[in-house]
Design a protein around this ligand. Structure first.
Ligand code: IFM
Length: 441
């Protein structure tokens, strides 16, 4: 058996990522809870309900993360719990978050704290949400409260999770609240969220000298279905502009780009201490003159692609390396703030996990500044419009009984995190079919 081992840097962070509304349970004061109560919004009529019961007892899952040998965990703060009505702060909620982040430290786990992950307080949504002219000020006011309360326990802050997903699903496709289909509103929302990121960045740094502030971007590849077709290349580029560059150009280059806007994005440049990348899959884009609303691009996948549960997309681990290579030049630390697949029976996940981690290792060999990896996710959780139909957990959860069962992938991830390496023994034990691919004789 070949002896090669893929080592990771000594201070590498191995973690899992979560989000408040998906795990806490009974987040009744946000727009998602209200949305779930409307018929037909969530697949199979799912509701978040008690989710993973973290508000009561996140510590049980923290124990599991510790037992797996993880040294970081990404969790989010629920704005609607902290600021229950405009300017009305619930200090007991902040105390509970304090208890959680302390609990993580006590287990040797560094918290990464996200300040906004899809859920808005009801009062904020009722005032027009991110379309309200005061949205940035409201968000900054809330951020200030959180940083003051948790600042002695947390230095790794993620302002906003996936502003592109929030706007595309909420304001273009209408699958997320508020269920609007209006591109102009979507661009306004996106601009407000990016300005809110910049404002939060400034405020956090004013309050905390040691803060490291970033944002998590959902990066999706849009490759031309036929690379030799100029029309496929053109429509693929347009999808990329709308989905990726609309967020990345303002943050990385300080300019808005079409279709979101034109001109300088004043105040947005150099507002990242690190960049978070949430990577899942890619689309192949084909020119389709009927697909007017989608800028003439139809998303499809390669004929031989390995598809994921619930039409989630194709398994495309090479994208991990390609993506890191795209961003390595900036000199910013990079975190994989999310990566995983929906796989209820865990028959694809062990292979998928190893292949993605191997691609990340390749990037590290080329000195790309990857500092940590957060697997999405620890325990099956409420998957937004997909309800409970997509299972992303390393740990299986029965949301009714709260019974948890470790999937084989949990042991695999644990072995890698503990050893800080992918070894032939790990490969042999968990995914022997990959041996010749990763360790060619
Ligand atoms: O569950 C989501 C998460 O909230 C945001 N990124 C993608 C995940 C899987 O779909």
């Amino acid at each position: 058996m070949p002896k090669a081992t893929f080592h990771f840097p000594p201070d590498f962070l191995w973690g899992v990522a979560t989000a408040s509304h998906q795990v806490e349970g009974h987040n009744t004061n946000n727009q998602w809870w209200a949305w779930e109560q409307q018929e037909g919004r969530i697949k199979q009529g799912g509701v978040s309900g008690m989710a993973c019961n973290w508000w009561e007892n996140a510590e049980l899952d923290f124990d599991r993360a510790e037992a797996m040998g993880l040294n970081t965990l990404r969790l989010s703060i629920e704005w609607s719990r902290v600021e229950v009505a405009p300017s009305r702060i619930d200090t007991a909620a902040l105390d509970r978050y304090r208890e959680m982040v302390r609990g993580l430290h006590a287990r040797g786990i560094e918290p990464m704290v996200t300040l906004h992950h899809f859920s808005d307080p009801l009062w904020f949504a009722e005032q027009g949400g991110w379309l309200n002219e005061n949205a940035v000020a409201y968000f900054t006011r809330y951020v200030e409260q959180v940083v003051k309360a948790l600042g002695d326990e947390v230095t790794l802050w993620c302002t906003i999770n996936e502003p592109n997903v929030y706007t595309v699903l909420g304001y273009v496709l209408g699958d997320f609240p508020p269920g609007i289909q209006d591109q102009r509103q979507a661009y306004r929302v996106l601009r407000a969220m990016l300005k809110a990121h910049a404002a939060a960045y400034r405020r956090i740094h004013q309050l905390q000298v040691k803060a490291r502030v970033g944002l998590a971007h959902n990066y999706r590849f849009f490759d031309p279905y036929n690379p030799r077709s100029p029309r496929d290349r053109w429509v693929a580029r347009i999808q990329d502009l709308g989905y990726n560059q609309s967020v990345l150009n303002p943050l990385l280059k300080g300019t808005w780009s079409l279709p979101v806007g034109v001109g300088f994005a004043w105040g947005l440049r150099r507002k990242l201490d690190w960049l978070g990348l949430n990577y899942y899959t890619r689309d192949l884009i084909q020119f389709d003159k009927e697909a007017r609303a989608k800028f003439f691009g139809r998303a499809t996948h390669a004929p031989d692609a390995e598809l994921l549960d619930g039409n989630y997309g194709e398994l495309y681990p090479e994208g991990m390396f390609r993506m890191l290579k795209k961003f390595a030049y900036m000199g910013l630390p990079l975190y994989i703030t999310e990566n995983g697949i929906p796989d209820a029976d865990d028959d694809q996940r062990p292979r998928a996990l190893l292949l993605h981690l191997h691609q990340m290792w390749r990037a590290l060999q080329e000195n790309m500044p990857v500092k940590g990896y957060y697997h999405w996710t620890l325990t099956d959780n409420f998957e937004w419009a997909e309800g409970w139909t997509l299972r992303f957990g390393l740990i299986e959860l029965d949301p009714e009984t709260q019974e948890r069962t470790l999937r084989p992938s949990a042991n695999l991830y644990s072995a890698i995190a503990r050893g800080n390496a992918i070894t032939p023994e790990i490969l042999n034990a968990y995914v022997p079919v990959l041996r010749s691919e990763l360790f060619p004789e």
